[in-house]
Design a protein around this ligand. Structure first.
Ligand SMILES: Nc1ncnc2c1ncn2[C@@H]1O[C@H](COP(=O)(O)OP(=O)(O)OP(=O)(O)O)[C@@H](O)[C@H]1O
Ligand SMILES: [Mg+2]
Length: 489
C-alpha cells in the first residue's frame, strides 16, 4: 500500500515531431486530490493517455511498484489504473447495471458474464451507492441526466477496482448542483485512492482541490496549493487571464428593437413527451440573449427548435420577422442563422485551415472573414496545418465557433460555448461576442451553465425550469442573485 502512489518522471510524448508532453515530472499521493490545469492544448489529456497506455511515451510512470510505460492498455488497467474521457462514453442503450457489468467484465470469467444474473453483486452494489445511482440501476443510461452519466462513467472505473483515477473534465456541462455533488463524490473516492482531475472550471477547483499542477506547452509550469497557483503571475498570464471581476455594467436591455428571432408559445418534444411547454423567447437586433437552467430543463431542445432540427408542435418561430416554423434547418441557415451545437463538431479529417476554408469559400470576401475569425481565436493560428480530429477539446470548440462566425450570421446560436475552454479564452470569447454585437448585424442566443459568463455577455436572460420560462430580466452582474434564486427552485 505504501507504494500506492503515482510517480511520473521525464514523461515525453511526441506526435510526428510535435512534442505534446515534454519531460513532465509529477508525483501524486493517495488522499491528495490533485487538479491538473493548463491552457487548451497544454497536453493534459495526452498525459492521461500516456499514463493509461493509449499513446506511446518515453520516460517513466510508476504506480503501485510497477513501471507502466511500454505496457498494454489492458495490463495497465489491471494494475489499478482507470480514467474517464473528455466526452462521456457510456453505452446509452444499456442499463446502468449493464454498463457497470461490462466495465467489471475483465474481473469475471466470460461464463459468469453470460449466465443470467440474479441480484446485484456486492462490489457493484457498493459502487452504485458511491455514485448515487442505486435507484436507477435498471434505467437505460441514455435517459440519465448529464451529471449522472458522468457519475456512471466514474462508477465504471471504480468497479474495475481502480486505485489511481484520472478524470478528464468531469464537470464540463454540469449544473452547479451536479458539480457540488461531483466534488463530494471525488472527496469520497479520493480519500484512499490517488485521484487526478483535469478541469477548466476554476470555481470547482477552488472548492475541491488539495493541490494543483499547471501544465503549459507540455511542461510543468507551476505546482502548489490553489492559492499559490492562482497567485502565480505566469499562471495568470498563460491560463487565468486578467481575472476580471463581474463588471456590473448593467445593460440597456436592447429591448423593444426589431426582433431577429422570436419564438412564441413554442411547444417541442421527443416522441410522445413534451419537453418545452409554451415558451416565448425574443432576441432583438444586436442583442445577446442567454438561456440558463438546470440540465434537463430543455435548453438544448429549445435551441434545436430555433434551428429547425425539431419541429415546433405548436407556437411560431420568426426569423427576421418571417415565419420559419415549418422551414427546414438548411433554409434557416440560408437566412442568416448559424448553430454551434454542444460538443465541438468539425470535420476531423480536414486540417484546421481546411475546416475554416470550407466555410470561407462559400462567402464573398471569405478570406477577410477567415482572418478576422483567426484574430478572435489566435490560438488557432499555430494549428492551421493540424487535422481537426487531433485538436484538443478546447481547441476544437474554438474552431467550431470560428467556423460559425465566418458564415457572418445575423443570428448566432451557441450551445454552451465555454465548455472545455480555458478561463482566459472564456473572457476573450465573451469580449468577442459583445464586440460583434456592438458593431451591429449580429444577434446571439446562447445556452450556458456558466452564470457569470452568461450574464456578463447578455443583454437579457431567461431561466428555463422544466420546459417553462420561470424568470427573465436584464443581463449584467446585478442579476446574478435573481438568476441563482430562480434556479434554486
Ligand atoms: N495524434 C496527434 N497528432 C498531433 N498532435 C496531437 C495529437 N494528439 C494531440 N495533439 C496535440 O497535442 C496538444 C495537446 O493536446 P491535449 O489534448 O493533450 O491538450 P489538453 O491540455 O487536454 O487541452 P484541452 O484543455 O483543450 O482539452 C494539442 O496541441 C493537440 O493538437
Ligand atoms: Mg483535454
Amino acid at each position: 500500500m505504501q507504494q500506492d502512489y503515482l510517480e511520473i518522471t521525464g514523461l515525453t510524448v511526441s506526435f510526428d515531431g510535435f512534442v505534446a508532453v515534454d519531460g513532465v515530472d509529477l508525483s501524486v499521493l493517495p488522499g491528495d486530490l490533485r487538479f491538473l490545469i493548463g491552457p487548451n492544448g497544454a497536453g493534459k489529456t495526452t498525459l492521461i493517455d500516456a499514463v493509461s497506455g493509449l499513446v506511446p511515451a518515453t520516460g517513466s510512470v510508476r504506480y503501485g511498484g510497477h513501471e507502466l510505460t511500454g505496457r498494454k492498455v489492458h495490463r495497465i488497467a489491471r494494475l489499478g489504473v482507470g480514467r474517464t474521457f473528455q466526452t462521456a462514453t457510456v453505452f446509452e442503450e444499456l442499463t446502468v447495471l449493464q454498463n457497470l457489468d461490462i466495465a467489471a467484465g475483465h474481473r469475471r470469467g466470460p461464463l459468469t458474464l453470460l449466465r443470467r444474473r440474479k441480484g446485484v453483486p456486492e462490489e457493484v452494489e457498493q459502487v452504485l451507492e458511491t455514485i448515487g445511482l442505486t435507484e436507477l440501476v435498471d434505467a437505460p443510461a441514455g435517459v440519465l441526466a448529464h451529471g449522472q452519466k458522468q457519475w456512471l462513467e466514474i462508477g465504471m472505473v471504480l468497479v474495475q477496482d481502480a486505485r489511481l483515477l484520472m478524470l478528464d473534465e468531469p464537470v464540463a456541462g454540469m449544473s452547479a448542483e451536479e458539480k457540488e455533488e461531483t466534488g463530494r463524490l471525488l472527496r469520497r473516492i479520493g480519500a484512499d485512492r490517488t485521484v487526478v482531475v483535469v478541469e477548466h472550471d476554476m470555481d470547482f477547483m477552488r472548492s475541491f482541490a488539495d493541490s494543483v499542477t499547471v501544465l503549459h506547452a507540455g511542461k510543468v509550469l507551476a505546482e502548489g496549493s490553489v492559492g499559490e497557483v492562482q497567485a502565480d503571475p505566469r499562471v495568470q498570464e498563460v491560463y487565468l487571464g486578467p481575472g476580471r471581476p463581474l463588471a456590473g455594467r448593467g445593460r440597456d436591455g436592447a429591448r423593444g428593437g426589431f426582433l431577429v428571432l422570436s419564438m412564441t408559445d413554442v411547444e417541442v418534444g421527443y416522441g410522445r413527451t413534451s419537453v418545452i411547454h409554451g415558451v416565448t423567447v425574443e432576441v432583438p437586433a444586436d442583442a445577446v440573449v442567454a438561456v440558463m437552467g438546470h440540465n434537463g430543463a430543455g435548453k438544448t431542445t429549445l435551441l434545436r427548435a430555433a434551428v429547425g432540427l425539431l419541429p415546433a408542435r405548436s407556437g411560431r418561430v420568426l426569423l427576421d420577422g418571417e415565419d420559419v416554423t415549418g422551414i427546414p434547418p438548411h433554409q434557416r441557415v440560408r437566412r442568416g442563422l448559424a448553430y454551434v451545437p454542444q460538443g465541438q463538431q468539425s470535420f476531423g479529417q480536414l486540417t484546421t485551415l481546411e475546416n475554416l476554408q470550407v466555410v470561407a469559400d462559400t462567402r464573398p470576401h471569405g478570406k477577410g472573414l477567415l482572418d478576422e475569425a483567426l484574430d478572435l481565436f489566435p490560438a488557432l493560428k499555430d494549428l492551421l496545418a493540424r487535422r481537426a480530429g487531433l485538436l484538443s477539446g478546447g481547441q476544437r470548440q474554438q474552431l467550431a465557433i470560428a467556423r460559425a462566425l465566418i458564415t457572418q450570421p445575423r443570428m448566432l446560436i451557441l450551445d454552451e460555448p465555454t465548455e472545455g475552454i480555458q478561463p482566459s479564452v472564456v473572457a476573450e470569447i465573451e469580449e468577442a461576442i459583445r464586440a460583434l454585437a456592438r458593431r451591429g448585424g449580429l444577434s446571439v442566443l446562447l445556452v450556458e451553465q456558466h452564470v457569470g459568463f452568461a450574464l456578463d455577455a447578455a443583454n437579457h436572460y431567461y431561466v428555463l425550469t422544466s420546459g417553462r420560462v420561470t424568470a427573465e430580466g436584464r443581463g449584467g452582474a446585478d442579476s446574478v442573485t435573481d438568476v441563482r434564486s430562480a434556479m434554486a427552485i
